[in-house]
Ligand binder design. Structure first.
Ligand code: MN
Length: 416
């Protein structure tokens, strides 16, 4: 049971950034260089300024750790330090604590005045395929409706190595990718802008502890290697993907961009939303057996906003629909001795729920374009159009405790 917490910082009702959350990000303002911060209400707690107050001295953290423009060095201090630091920040922000209050003007920055940057250097990015509903839907569409899941699917968390260099933070526009596609009924490819640009609603975890080459992470220890999570839009060009993916898997249909929410929500903050693992109906090999609860009840939604228009929610789903949990994913990722490094990102794969209004991609929502979605301005969408903005949001709620991810918001520009 989480202790009841209140803060002297004003937190609007329905804010994602309550005192139970305290997510980490990198921000700038006109008068401040990029630096680490923690979101609280509509404010950012400037960690570089917080360090200068001396109120963290008792923790014995390296003085330069918040002079960095990325969170990797802070994350490298390790889980006991993350937890001690978090507990100290909770103490300083708590109602009744007077230590930090006199420094409020120096350490608190309105989020409205700040621009968010990439929170970590991402050395490697892996994308899984762990929602049974999503994998089943795609299998039905492109393969055999009777055998939608391939024989390996319930025995291992299927994944592939993605492209880290093209992961961008919320607010960064992307260009529609160009590439080879194969027109229906022909056998010769053509080159041009993708016509089937899609989002994939995913969540991603950030590696918080490195391993040596040859080392494997046991499934029940895997959370010790995870710093926190973000929302992840794994942009996909379905027409490019369909032509190129055989036999080695996704390539240019995926590597042109992925977008993340700027605030990393820690595993400590997500703890209240923990639930029993997804009931797996096929026995797994022992290195994948996960008995402790590593599944999380997090509400997710996606909106499409046409240029100059209103937002339209096109799907509502939940992170709990993951068949494979994050610890099984990381155990599998490293079972061959593949090493992980701080800041590496592992995305869940598209998260689809059981009903057609809870699917995590336009491919599924429009069922390959057969059932266009109507928007409030009278237009229709089978896939994403130029100048559309796609917004993903997510939060957990349990009793009085609300912990959210903010949003990942991306505008699609025409091809270069
Ligand atoms: Mn994906």
């Amino acid at each position: 049971m989480t202790k009841k917490l209140t803060t002297w910082v004003e937190v609007p009702p329905q804010s994602d950034f309550t005192i139970y959350n305290l997510p980490y990000g990198i921000f700038t303002t006109v008068d401040r260089s990029p630096r680490p911060g923690i979101a609280i209400g509509d404010q950012i707690l400037d960690l570089r300024e917080l360090m200068r107050t001396g109120l963290l001295d008792e923790l014995g953290m390296p003085l330069g750790v918040f002079r960095k423009e990325l969170l990797n060095d802070f994350i490298a201090l390790g889980k006991p330090v993350w937890t001690r630091f978090r507990n100290r920040v909770i103490e300083l922000l708590s109602e009744g604590n007077e230590e930090l209050k006199p420094h409020a003007a120096q350490v608190l920055v309105p989020q409205a005045d700040a621009e968010m940057k990439m929170p970590v250097h991402i050395g490697d990015y892996t994308d899984f395929y762990s929602s049974k509903e999503h994998a089943t839907n795609v299998g039905k569409m492109f393969r055999d409706p009777e055998n939608a899941l391939l024989p390996n699917w319930k025995h291992l968390p299927v994944g592939y190595h993605g492209r880290a260099s093209s992961i961008v933070v919320s607010g960064t526009p992307i260009h529609r990718p160009k590439g080879q596609t194969i027109p229906a009924g022909t056998d010769k490819p053509v080159f041009g802008p993708s016509r089937l640009l899609d989002f994939e609603l995913e969540m991603a975890f950030v590696i918080g502890r490195e391993t040596a080459l040859g080392e494997s992470i046991p499934v029940e220890k895997a959370e010790d290697y995870i710093f926190g999570m973000v929302l992840f839009n794994d942009w996909s060009a379905r027409d490019i993907q369909k032509w190129e993916y055989v036999p080695l898997g996704p390539f240019l249909g995926k590597s042109f961009a992925s977008s993340i929410s700027p605030w990393i929500v820690t595993m400590d903050a997500l703890d209240p939303f923990r639930m029993e693992n997804y009931p797996q109906d096929e026995p797994v090999l022992s290195y994948l057996e996960s008995k402790e609860p590593h599944r999380f009840d997090l509400n997710l939604e996606v909106a499409i906003q046409p240029d100059g228009g209103d937002e339209n929610i096109v799907t509502r789903t939940n992170f709990k629909y993951m068949y494979w949990n994050i610890c099984q994913q990381l155990a599998h990722h490293t079972v061959n001795g593949c090493n992980v490094r701080i800041g590496d990102m592992c995305a869940s794969g598209t998260i689809s729920g059981p009903t057609p209004d809870s699917y995590g991609s336009m491919l599924e929502l429009s069922w390959r374009g057969q059932n266009p979605i109507s928007l409030s301005d009278g237009s229709e969408r089978k896939f994403i159009q130029d100048k559309d903005t796609v917004v993903m949001r997510g939060f957990g709620k349990k009793g009085d405790i609300r912990v959210g991810f903010g949003e990942v918001r991306t505008k699609v520009l025409p091809s270069n």
